[in-house]
Design a binder for this molecule. Sequence first.
Ligand SMILES: CC(=O)N[C@H]1[C@@H](OP(=O)(O)OP(=O)(O)OC[C@H]2O[C@@H](n3ccc(=O)[nH]c3=O)[C@H](O)[C@@H]2O)O[C@H](CO)[C@@H](O)[C@@H]1O
Ligand SMILES: C=C(OP(=O)(O)O)C(=O)O
Length: 667
Amino acid sequence: LSSGNCSSDSVARLGGQQSRAAAKEVGAFTSFRGWSALRSLEVVPVLGPLVGARTFASALLGGMLCGVVVDKFWSLGQESCGSGKFVERCLGGGEGGIGDGDHCVRGASNRIRSRSVSFSTEVEVATTSSGVRKEKETTRGIAADSRNISLGTVLNSPPSSVPSHPAGDIGFKPSDESDTISTVLGSSRNSTVLLQQDSVLNSSHPYKLSEQENPLRVGPFVECLEIAGGRTLSGEVKISGAKNSGLAVLAGALCSEQQLCLRMIPDLHDIRRMFQVLQSVGVQVQRTPSGSIKVDASNITSVEPCPEAVRKLRASFFVIGALVGRKGEAIVPLPGGCNIGARPIDLHVRGLEALGAQVEIRQGKVHARAMNGKHLVGGHFCLDYPSVGATETLMMAAALADGKSTLSNVAQEPEVKDLADFLISCGAIIHGAGTNTLNITGRRKLHGTDYQIIPDRIEAGTFLIAAAITHSTINIAPVVPSHLTSVTSKLCAIGCHIQQTSSNGLKINSPQVLRSIDIRTLPYPGFPTDLQPQLMSLLTTCNGQSIVEETVFESRMRHVEELQKLGANVKVSQNIAIISGRDQGSSLYGAPVLATDLRAGAALVLAGMAAEGTTHIEGVSHIDRGYEKLDQKLRLLGASIQRFPCLPSELTILLRTRAFLVTQSTK
Ligand SMILES: CC(=O)N[C@H]1[C@@H](OP(=O)(O)OP(=O)(O)OC[C@H]2O[C@@H](n3ccc(=O)[nH]c3=O)[C@H](O)[C@@H]2O)O[C@H](CO)[C@@H](O)[C@@H]1O
Ligand SMILES: C=C(OP(=O)(O)O)C(=O)O
């Protein structure tokens, strides 16, 4: 209601036949677009594709008006359960669950604390020669004080507050105190009968839920994106600070003993997790109202960051270099990150050893200790591969080591240079940043700084591709145009027109017909692997056959299977994909798909915008790891993209299967 994410129309649809039919078709998805709004009242209502959306609306409205706080609640019942029984059971069960048909609902929330729920459904029935046809169905929630409030009214004036939850596991015993009264309200000249069905539930006996009554506990809801394809984009989009710079610089913050102010750090899941990593070793991190980040790592209290936080993202591992450099010791769990390959850490380990560390890997943790127990010492190390992460880890370690270090065959990515520039602004002595060799003279202490990171070239590239795939004209800023050369040159080869509008702005214009190209991902300045999935989505819409070769990560083709679900004609052999374009029978149409990792998710968003019809994307948390408000930014450009809560995929599959079985048995 207050999030503004949801129109009255979409909530109203929750109560209509439309959503019921749609729900039957696609399982859990379609009817629950109103949830984001309802969530703001802490009412996450009932899911029951087969119970009938009318019932949900009733339960919701009644619940809301009576101050019910329903959480984690869904059901799979049958129409025969009837609205009265349904609501009754909604209010009577345990926390979350799936019904078994007869007992259509096995649970409401522990938090439910309503005493009385009433709802009313008006049905207009048209009597025709071929029988009786339902014309219109209207549901109203009726508050305990008998206020009769329609869906529309509720939208415009939501209850001012929802009472706080009672302590403990209080529920309400299912009872047979519900009653349904049907009244014929009248009939009009064209034989339309208005039928009012009033159901009242009075459950007034709180009781403690037992485990038996609460048999199925399912995880929390996740978020989905719903994209209606075919819109063109226009306007300007603001590019956020680079995720991979932000993460590296936050790790680098551990090198400094004084106050730091970091600017343009994007607000992302990964960044927040990195805050947790730092906080777990005693660093104070705070986002100020202006958006800058204040970091104080003067007092490091532990050399072992929180394993749960570290395991969620790749960059968290990079703190090992700064920690061992600063404290002489670090114990860091093996990292997480996108599931795009084995992603070993051997180069980090060997590099640290070259700088005088003793490294052991035990029980999933990397234990690094300076040989003399206190400080690393300068050394020489040549990376077998220009790994971004290993370069960053070793740069931080060398910046604090005693003496001089030379790191060769290092990564030259702009984010690596950004980390070097940040460390230099803290007093580090680093030469060669942005080239393949770094010469670093270590210092025992680094001072504070005020530093702004670079704009995200991967986000910028994603928006350029978004414009290309929707045949649109947009402006993007701020960017560093030279960081995007490999991307813009490919987009121009495809047929787009790209113009530099200012020192930090680009304009892209994409014609209706685009042509195929071949790409190979490479370390910078080659084409970035982090844009490969997005570019592949675009290539499915170009004329001709394209070849994409992924050389950086060995398993970064998982998006292909999902693109195929959208109709893309892509064949994969190991790390090579052959994409047949539009003139070769590839045409995108909406379907439910799953984002398997961050950039795969972005690729599906782009494909969804070009597809005919509606695309539902699950796995949105991956996208949120690395894109700041992607859906919001695209919406501002004119895309039709909505976010709403849905069931986790396992449960959705269960529901769909169940829905299918029930449909079959009804037939
Ligand atoms: C947080 C962050 O900055 N992530 C980026 C970083 O990841 P990350 O730093 O993990 O990527 P790397 O450059 O290290 O990985 C590149 C290749 O090197 C291999 N490798 C890496 C380290 C090692 O010790 N041994 C080894 O064999 C990897 O398995 C991979 O095949 O660079 C990647 C390549 O541009 C990007 O896709 C990621 O978005
Ligand atoms: C692979 C990526 O991130 P990470 O290294 O954090 O998994 C990415 O940003 O595409």
